[in-house]
Design a protein around this ligand. Structure first.
Ligand code: PLP
Length: 398
């Protein structure tokens, strides 16, 4: 028996830390980066443009703009729609701050609508209750990679003449009723942040299906400079640029594109591996009454970005956070997605949101745990995490 292993009563602790996430790059990314460095052109250029084309085709969107984050994509989407002071943007409280922060930057008010308890996605009926004459946008966030009820949301938006933006930071591979996420709404924002399904450290893209907005989005994303200003150092022609709007500096550059263009080629292979681990987690947890797994709807392709489940703390002698600390002591990386946004000090103080406003989101916010899920882990890692969770449930059950 290995003496290096720490032992907790009846549980052998893994000597190796299983991280929450680990990115996976191969020789393809390494060679492409070297090629970019050696080319002498490292900012936005041919590789970014190639990635835009590849991602547009993958998402079956009309247009795609490669950017330096999903936050930038969301900001540009709202800005291009003319969101401004006095406007309201309806979204879920179970999201990352960026979804709502960028509306605040433009002077608009984020209005939250409660979620469905089975999937933790925004509830269309709750959206309807929040519509006012000031609503400009409904932002659907595909929680942990499962598409929202887009037919219902699109219909509500259409009947009220408001735009739909999708926050698909978690949902690169997702499909809703046979339609690829990115091809459905006016605009869809994607993330290639370090922990995302495909990554370049920091990065994002905005898929756009509105011909009337695409030029404005490209211009706004690069200082407000007139079209194709990124080509201004090429040998083709000398051209002055003009500033058409006070834009932002949101362009993806070729070093990022060198990574993410190869990640995109592996996207389905990575997905298969994550699905296999999600199935294993779900199978193991289905008979543990203290854990509620999230429902996967029959009419979607889930992108399995995160493995998130609810810990029924009412059946345990510990809090969610204590449970997570214990998992960390057992050498497992964990996370929480998310503490509901309306409970954060800024949203509470600036808009008067309070506990009690969104009961389903609060129930979830108090109980969600996210366990390691990434293609580079293996069956043994998943089995270890499962056994650690089962061990702690046994230790703390009432
Ligand atoms: C739901 C959601 N939206 C937006 C973002 C922002 O993505 P980025 O870091 O690429 O700006 C994240 C990041 O984790 C997210 O989880």
């Amino acid at each position: 028996m290995q003496t290096s292993l720490r032992k907790e009563k009846e549980f052998e602790i893994s000597p190796d830390f299983i991280p929450f996430h680990k990115a996976w790059f191969g020789p393809e990314e390494e060679n492409e980066i070297l090629d970019t460095l050696r080319s002498g052109w490292i900012t936005t250029g041919p590789k970014t443009k190639k990635f835009e084309e590849d991602f547009k085709n993958y998402c079956q969107a009309k247009h795609c703009v490669a950017l330096n984050s999903c936050t930038a994509a969301l900001h540009l989407a709202y800005a291009a729609l003319g969101v401004g002071p006095g406007d309201e943007v309806i979204t879920t409280p179970m999201t990352f701050a960026a979804t709502a922060n960028v509306a605040v930057h433009l002077g608009a008010k984020p209005v939250f609508a409660d979620i469905m308890p089975e999937t933790l996605n925004i509830h269309p009926a709750e959206i309807e209750k929040k519509l006012t004459a000031k609503t400009r946008v409904i932002t659907a966030v595909h929680y942990v990679g499962q598409p929202c009820k887009m037919d219902e949301i699109s219909e509500i938006a259409r009947s009220k003449g408001v735009a739909v933006v999708e926050d698909a930071a978690h949902a690169t591979e997702a499909v809703y009723k046979g339609r690829k996420i990115g091809s459905i709404s006016d605009m869809t924002a994607f993330s290639f942040y370090a922990t995302k399904n495909i990554t370049c450290g920091e990065g994002g893209a905005l898929c756009v299906n509105r011909d009337d907005l695409i030029d404005k989005i490209r211009i706004l994303g690069l200082h407000g400079m007139s079209k194709d200003a990124w080509k201004r150092y090429s040998k083709d022609e000398f051209k002055h640029y003009e500033i058409l709007y006070p834009g932002y500096k949101y362009n993806m550059f070729d070093i990022q594109a060198s990574l993410v263009m190869h990640q995109l080629k592996k996207v389905e292979q990575f997905w298969e591996l994550r699905k296999r681990y999600v199935d294993k987690y779900n199978e193991a947890f289905k008979d543990i009454e203290q854990i509620k797994t999230l429902k996967i709807m029959p009419d979607v392709k889930h992108s399995y970005h995160l493995y998130t489940a609810l810990l029924k703390t009412e059946m345990l002698k510990c809090t969610r956070d204590e449970f997570l600390s214990e998992l960390q002591k057992l050498n497992i990386g964990v996370s929480v997605h998310f503490i509901a946004l309306h409970l954060h000090p800024f949203y509470r103080d600036a808009y008067g949101y309070k506990r009690g406003d969104f009961p389903n989101a609060e129930y979830a916010s108090d109980r969600v745990i996210s366990l390691p899920l990434f293609p580079r882990m293996n069956d043994k890692d998943v089995e270890y995490v499962i056994s650690a969770v089962a061990h702690l449930i046994k230790k703390y059950k009432k």
